[in-house]
Write a protein that binds this ligand. Structure first.
Ligand SMILES: [Fe+2]
Ligand SMILES: [Fe+2]
Length: 192
């Protein structure tokens, strides 16, 4: 079986990298401090990774829930939740873009626990909790970015936050309707 060190050696040779450099860990780029991003900050990068983890988790949770709704032929709910999954994907994309601009490393392989729910109402309650957390995290990110004078990040977080508030508002309305008309009447309206 080929050893990892042999693969590394071959890649170093193929890429003209010195044998004594740690190719995978520290790219052998020149470090010119004059090229450093003036708003790069480890604290904001850590916050952006927290937000990214929330977004990636939300994408997975909404995608599964949307398909459950489709399977049960609650087509209106499928369409709404799929739209939210796509919006979360755009949020994640913008956070990744910003982190790379800030010379950071987006952590895309980590998720929070995913709570799909066992029926429509529990789906909504889980999402309501997730969106509430997202609003708090985004607001703390806005405050941090503002305190650091990083207005580009602040504007991005504010823009995403507005859409999280929209998701929260929709979920709050659905749970209110269920409370007012009962789950059976509510679900009777969610087909075609
Ligand atoms: Fe989001
Ligand atoms: Fe959201």
């Amino acid at each position: 079986m080929i050893k990892a060190s042999d693969v590394l050696h071959k890649m170093q040779q193929a890429n003209g990298v010195r044998e004594d450099s740690s190719y995978f860990l520290t790219p052998d780029f020149p470090t010119d401090r004059s090229l450093e991003n003036p708003v790069k900050n480890e604290e904001i990068l850590s916050k952006l990774n927290d937000i990214l983890r929330d977004e990636l988790t939300a994408i997975h949770q909404y995608m599964v829930q949307a398909e459950i709704c489709a399977n049960w032929k609650y087509n209106k709910l499928h369409d709404a939740i799929e739209t939210y999954a796509r919006q979360e994907m755009v949020h994640a994309q913008k956070i990744i873009e910003r982190m790379i601009f800030l010379d950071g490393m987006p952590e895309v392989g980590v998720l929070n626990p995913i709570d799909v729910g066992t029926d429509i109402e529990s789906q909504f309650r889980n999402d309501f909790s997730s969106e509430s957390d997202a609003i708090r995290t985004y607001n703390s990110g806005v405050a941090l970015a503002a305190s650091l004078g990083d207005n580009g990040t602040r504007e991005l977080l504010e823009s995403n936050l507005k859409e999280e508030e929209g998701h929260f508002d929709w979920l709050q309305a659905q749970l209110t309707q269920i409370d007012q008309m009962g789950i059976q009447n509510y679900l009777a309206e969610q087909g075609n």
